[in-house]
Design a protein around this ligand. Structure first.
Ligand code: NAD
Length: 500
């Protein structure tokens, strides 16, 4: 079927149904289960990234005006993604092997193992902000685990989406791995189908303050969740889960949230400032799920921190950051308007102490720091997902934990300190998808760590072996012989049989 307007194929419920049917038929041949198939696909993916790097970088530049080096280092995971593939290639045989399990007297004599089996046909829905990495990294795990896959890239990064469709068809086994491009109608058609797992990357809750909350600053903060309403795209995670629930499909939800950074005063300030800048503006100009969202620091230390930010920001992005080639633009005019709204709120605009310049035409916003932002402002209640960085003030560094714990659980939380006790308290009391001490965002690059959220920031995790596990069923297998057939388990049940 084709649309008369664009002469493009229309992807509807019927097409989605056919697609899943085709993939299930491929899975039924058993080919995706074989080690050789998995290996071939992963090696082909590495080859694709090596041969197509210029096209990948160009697409990312089209979609986000991402600096070339940032693309190579962080995104196409031209570094990260290749590492993911290589790690899977190196370890897959071992991951696929049944894992011995201990047995007890209850089943004596017996032996047991846990067998990792592919789930079948899985759906990956990805987001625009790291459109290449977020699309292909989950697929590495899904392939390693032996599944057929449909990828739905984000329509908000159209150049990358188009390139992904071409490259996946060209390099990978198109009878088992497909890309469906499109927006809500296409995703809805896909979501009507029965999948064996869905991995969704997108936003979590955006919370809108309704003006009813009384907020006490510093130590006694009472954030009443019932006074906030869910806004905008936060509902998409629920749409995906509701669709999955209809078919009892398990999900991995890679969502977002407000990632706090606590800055203590006993630190190497220059290194800390640079690492926060790298995690905030160096990552897609703040449009990253684990970008620092806001800073918490002490009232009597804030000025020192801000002076350091001003100095390092000028060193990195020059006197006129609007012209800097090292800052990505805002992805589109909707997001530009959303960020402008956060900045233009009356109680917030007067708090800008650095940056704040905007170029609507080129969708650029400079690194912007806001000091002592009211807790009930929009910017302190929505995931910022952009180059704005509010600094929230507390009396003592320990008060920071209450600030974080009074909100929803973030995807990541960061702490800069040299105090052992504070680090221990941070780990013990802050619940987040991941924690980093004395740096930001770098845990993402450690495949030995699970990457995922908790509570409102998501569920399930991937990366490294966790990706393989996310797309496998862990099948319990118990082996017994015919000896030692304890008659005590058969009726009639008498006390005598038990020797009582
Ligand atoms: P997006 O607009 O690209 O949406 C994500 C996906 O949902 C897209 O594929 C889109 O087509 C689909 N979608 C949108 N509306 C839909 C609907 N009504 N029904 C079905 N599907 C729909 O991306 P976004 O929403 O702007 O994503 C940014 C968010 O993602 C941020 O909150 C960020 O924190 C989060 N994120 C999380 C991670 C992570 O790994 N945890 C990574 C990146 C981004």
């Amino acid at each position: 079927m084709t649309s008369e307007v664009e002469n493009k194929p229309v992807f509807c419920t019927e097409s989605a149904k056919e697609l899943v049917k085709e993939l299930r038929a491929s899975v039924a041949t058993g080919k995706t289960k074989s080690y050789e198939w998995r290996l071939t696909q992963l090696n082909a993916m590495v080859k694709m990234m090596e041969e197509e790097e210029p096209q990948i970088v160009a697409a990312l530049h089209d979609d986000l005006s991402k600096p070339e080096l940032e693309s190579s280092i962080y995104e196409a995971a031209i570094a990260m993604l290749k590492n993911s593939c290589r790690l899977a290639v190196k370890n897959m045989k071992h991951w696929m092997m049944p894992e011995k399990a201990k047995t007890s007297l209850v089943t004596f004599p017996s032996s047991a193992e846990i067998v990792s089996e592919p789930l079948g046909v899985v759906l990956v829905i990805s987001a625009w902000n790291y459109p290449f990495l977020l699309s292909l990294d989950p697929i590495v795990g899904a392939i390693a685990a032996g599944n057929a896959i449909v990828l739905k890239p984000s329509e908000i990064a159209p150049a990358t989406s188009l390139l992904l469709a071409r490259l996946v068809a060209e390099y990978l086994d198109s009878s088992c791995i497909k890309v469906v491009e499109g927006a809500v109608p296409e995703t809805a058609a896909l979501l009507e189908q029965k999948w064996d797992k869905i991995l969704y990357t997108g936003p979590c809750l955006l919370l809108k303050h309704q003006g009813l909350v009384s907020l006490a600053l510093s130590t006694e903060i009472s954030l009443q969740r019932e006074h906030f309403q869910i806004l905008g795209n936060g509902r998409v995670a629920r749409i995906v889960m509701a669709a999955a629930a209809k078919h009892l499909t398990p999900v991995v939800m890679e969502l977002g949230g407000k990632c706090p950074v606590i800055v203590d005063s006993d630190i190497n300030l220059q290194v800390a400032t640079r690492r926060i800048i790298a995690g905030k503006w160096g990552c897609n100009n703040g449009q990253a799920c684990i970008s620092p969202d806001y800073i918490i620091t002490m009232k009597d230390y804030a000025q020192k921190l801000i002076d350091s930010f001003k100095c390092e920001l000028e060193r990195f992005y020059g006197k006129n950051p609007l012209e800097s080639k090292d800052l990505s633009r805002i992805v589109n005019s909707n997001h530009f308007a959303r960020l402008s709204k956060l900045l233009d709120e009356d109680k917030v605009s007067s708090k800008i102490i650095h940056g704040g310049e905007r170029d609507k035409e080129n969708l650029k916003i400079t690194p912007t720091i806001l000091l002592d932002v009211p807790r009930d402002s929009l910017i302190m209640n929505e995931e910022i997902f952009g180059p704005l960085l509010p600094v929230f003030l507390v009396d003592k560094v320990e008060d920071s934990f209450d600030v974080i714990n009074s909100g929803t659980k973030p995807l990541a939380a960061y702490l800069f300190t040299n105090k052992k006790k504070l680090k221990e308290k941070f780990v013990a009391t802050v619940s987040a998808g991941g924690l980093v001490i004395n740096d930001t965002t770098v845990h993402l690059a450690e495949p030995t760590l699970p990457f995922g959220g908790v509570g409102d920031s998501g569920m399930g995790a991937y990366h490294g072996k966790f990706s393989f596990d996310a797309f496998s069923h862990k099948k319990a297998v118990l082996y017994r012989g015919f000896a030692c057939d304890a008659f005590v388990r058969y009726p009639p049940y008498t006390r005598g049989k038990l020797g009582l």
